[in-house]
Design a protein around this ligand. Sequence first.
Ligand code: PEP
Ligand code: MG
Length: 580
Amino acid sequence: MTFIIHGISASRGVAIGRVHAVDRGAAEVTERRLDPSLVDAEVERFGQAVDAARLELRAVKARIPEGTPKEIAAFIDTHLLMLEDEAISIAPITYIRETRCNAEWALKLECDALVAVFDAMDDPYLRTRKDDVEHVVNRVQVHLQGERGTTPPSGEGAAGRIIYADDLTPADTVLMQHQGVAGFMTEFGGPNSHTAILARSLNIPAVVGLHRSAALLRDGDEVVLDGGQGVVIVSPTDLVKRFYTRRQREIARIRAARRKLRSTPTVTADGEPVVLQANVELPGESTGAVRDGAAGVGLYRTEFLFMNRRDPPDEQEQFEAYTELVAALKGAPVTIRTLDLGADKQVDGARPDAPATSNPALGLRAVRLCLKDQSLFRPQIRAILRASACGPVRMMIPMLANTTELDQVLRIVRESKRELDTRGEPYDASMPVGAMIEVPAAAICADIFARRLDFLSIGTNDLIQYTIAIDRVDDEVSYLYDPLHPAVLRLIATTIGAGRKEGVPVAMCGEMAGDSRYTKLLLGMGLREFSVHPNALLEVKQIIGETRIAAARKITRRILRSTRATTRHSLVEELNRTGS
Ligand code: PEP
Ligand code: MG
């Protein structure tokens, strides 16, 4: 039966293929012997994990939408019944008491025994029921272990598949990028999570926030994923597949037609030059940026160098990565952003001792973390300075909120230069230092920062998050995410105005810069530097080439004055329709 699941558009494009469900399962279980005094507490802990798994299953069942086939709810009932079965809920307790082992181990042994019984069955249907046992046990294990691990698909299994997971961390996404996945869909996550940004820059269609789909999707199901509309069509008919195959060809044709823009200059229809640069997550991604004619890298997110490893890269390793990028850009400027770890960008190795915090986006992240843990920051500053001897490099600080932080950063840069002088290492003494404007406080005081810095770059992903108070990775509030909110537009206008007044260039490197719906508006507001994910370069360039600044300014003024969201949105549509 064909049915549609609605989610949130994260990366445009169409993927047709089979689902590869990523199991966010429990980590490997090991055996521990307990002191006799701890056995009762261990039994209690086991009971709590079973209770938590039961509540979770009930919650899943309660979220099944009306009209869903009865079999779906029955499937969850089966899991609930299994959870109540003595083999899962009682036998491990007996084992814990008898052998004084940890609860995880007792549950694992019981599961292995059950699976062996199913494996020995002749009936293929009953044999597959062992999957259900494993799912149920896994749910309890996850609660026992208190954290959720991810098993990213590996090797050939993922090629051509559409990955489905509760959520994917940026680290998972990076790991999967080489495996030829056709699309991503996730139960949770917002359109500006790093996973969504990565999917866009990898040109992989993606839909996030597919609530309740876990009960409806199975590994191996055939689906059509329409990333632009944010929908997934499960078990599509031949007619639907033909329609979407045509759509895939049309998208490919439009992309091919834009390729002729690769070597043309970026200028508006009335001849105003615009700087169009690329955002890069990994040095290797610069290939697409250079091929599509980027005038440099406006944002290199260095935190990706720190992911999927235990120890942070040292100064030399960072230097080599940065110079690789500088060399690839063949003389075009590279803006290296210092580490923006924390909140939605977590890594394994950088801060193993980091305490859990209830509000990570407002916590010790980015420059705050770097100033606190300077053993992380100083090698990076030296590596960036050294890379500046090999080509035009700019250093950019994320999340600056006050000038004390700026004073500290500038002092560390001065000290790092002295250190390199002592070591006899070359660097560009006048390497530009700039800041991201992504905290409302910095946008309001952009003039103060502009007077002290060589450039500013507006990070709309965080600026919108902090201005409207919506967690950028929480799909429950993503409906509030609105780049056209008057507060957001005013902060952008204030920053552009401050840059102009102080004679300091202002760029935008947040996702809004690469969203072609806002290109004319941003030009009308006076923005002349865009840094976008490589796959958006040609589309944005095409729109810049169609824009007449004077006409764009006129409608932009009306948009900025308008107090109604609907009016603003329809004015933007009008702006995009006109030949302005
Ligand atoms: C931003 O916040 O807009 C930005 C470009 O930085 P990041 O998305 O890496 O936080
Ligand atoms: Mg940011």
